[in-house]
Design a binder for this molecule. Sequence first.
Ligand code: PGA
Length: 259
Amino acid sequence: MSKAVRKYLIAGNWKMNKNAAEAVDLVKELQLEAGDQFLVSVLVCPPFTALESVAGIIEDSSIHLGAQNMHPEPSGAYTGEVSAEMLRHLFVTFVILGHSERRQYFNETDAFINTKVLAALNGSLKPIVCVGETLEEREAERTLEVVSSQVKGCLEGVPEEKADQLVIAYEPVWAIGTGKTATPEMAQEVHALIRGLLKEQFGEVMAERIRILYGGSMKPDNAYELLSQEDIDGGLIGGASLQARAFLKIMESARALSS
Ligand code: PGA
């Protein structure tokens, strides 16, 4: 089977940037050029406080809406948290889970991320499950071991019939926000490993349908090379997603590779 079964997903992770008014301005710019094309899936993940305003702008376009986190419980005494159902109510369809910044600053573990992945799937949200090694782990040649254990831990108990709703994002921690990018070959090696793990867990046919994104300083000038790798099916883009021009250029690379 080939890459052709998977549509590229170009996802913007806006992190803790843009108030609601600024988010609306940015998404309006994106919508002008990306709002009516279906060759590539385009996703924006604004902060919670901008989800509703952004949803109002993109409702008739092909741009998808994602959140950056959620709590696994459906409701209850979890001050400061939001549930899958609350997100879905705002027309959110994707949710980033286990981003390295959540692992690093909020002590999220694979076991906790796993509960969120299962809750997202149960709540009809598509989880974007983030994995990736730190610089120390790469230098100690532990990349493949670390990524394998993260993938297995985060995906435990995912039912096979829901596996095609998953998206995996490989984000080497040392490449996030640093301007350092994994070479296309380095990234492809890890993506192929992840695809192999998905095959073991869900079977060949299902594994070929799951998108694996690369994240970590993806920019217009490195996107084409990265996206042309066999197992790289899109990007999770932080810094470059805050400027419409840069994000749209990355999307154009994916479009060029799709046609
Ligand atoms: P970056 O962030 O593109 O700014 O490196 C990527 C991410 O953290 O998802």
